[in-house]
Design a binder for this molecule. Structure first.
Ligand SMILES: [Zn+2]
Length: 218
């Protein structure tokens, strides 16, 4: 059977079946936990004054079997949250991911070098996926060189990232819709057109990346 369309980062719960698998993201302090497969983390924008309590909640949630990844977490230079606090909460989430051995989904805005630095300092031991990537090929290559995975921002549908689509190594690729009102099938289709590969081939590739990161197939 062929691999499903995989949407690695969304904020909507959709029913998963043999043809589609999506991984909704739950932001602690904003969203409720779910019994369905999901990623759970503390988004830098939603770090509250009670952040210790948020970390305790994450620590508990991280052990739940349906929580298959930690995140989105990371650093955001456009967020009003205190920068040192962002770093501290990000470090703690890396430690939690290391402890429960679940992949990390990274939210990063204008702070790529800082994110890499924190990930190295905390000695990340789990697969890392930078979600919503929409930067240039050189930065993509720097992240891939560290062994990190990239999930492309659906902004690529606007035609401004064709260079990235054409040249990105596919062994580290994921696709997503994030919070945008678009279909994951349209993201895959556009990628295939620009990259000049077949849809079945792309689905297989992303499926095998998923298997590598999550050690399973859904
Ligand atoms: Zn998101």
């Amino acid at each position: 059977m062929s691999a499903p369309f995989i949407n690695i980062h969304t904020h909507q719960f959709e029913e998963n079946n043999a043809a589609f698998f999506s991984l909704p993201n739950i932001i602690l302090g904003k969203d409720k936990l779910s019994t369905l497969p999901s990623s759970v983390g503390i988004h830098p924008q939603y770090i509250s004054d009670c952040w210790q309590k948020q970390l305790d909640e994450l620590h508990h949630a991280a052990h739940l079997p349906q929580v298959i990844a930690i995140g989105e977490c990371g650093l955001d230079k456009l967020s009003a949250t205190d920068w040192q606090l962002q770093i501290q909460v990000f470090e703690r989430q890396i430690a939690i991911a290391n402890k429960v051995q679940k992949p990390l989904i990274i939210h990063c805005v204008r702070a790529y070098q800082e994110c890499i630095k924190v990930l190295k300092k905390e000695k990340v031991k789990v697969p890392v996926i930078f979600h919503g990537f929409n930067k240039h090929l050189q930065l993509a290559q720097q992240l891939l060189h560290q062994g990190y995975y990239l999930s492309l921002d659906p902004i690529l549908l606007k035609g401004k990232k064709d260079d990235l689509i054409t040249n990105l190594p596919l062994a580290y690729l994921f696709l997503e819709t994030d919070g945008k009102p678009i279909k994951i099938t349209d993201v895959y289709t556009y990628f295939c057109e620009v990259r000049k590969i077949g849809l079945a081939e792309l689905k297989e590739l992303v499926g095998s990346n998923f298997k590598k990161v999550f050690k399973t197939f859904v």
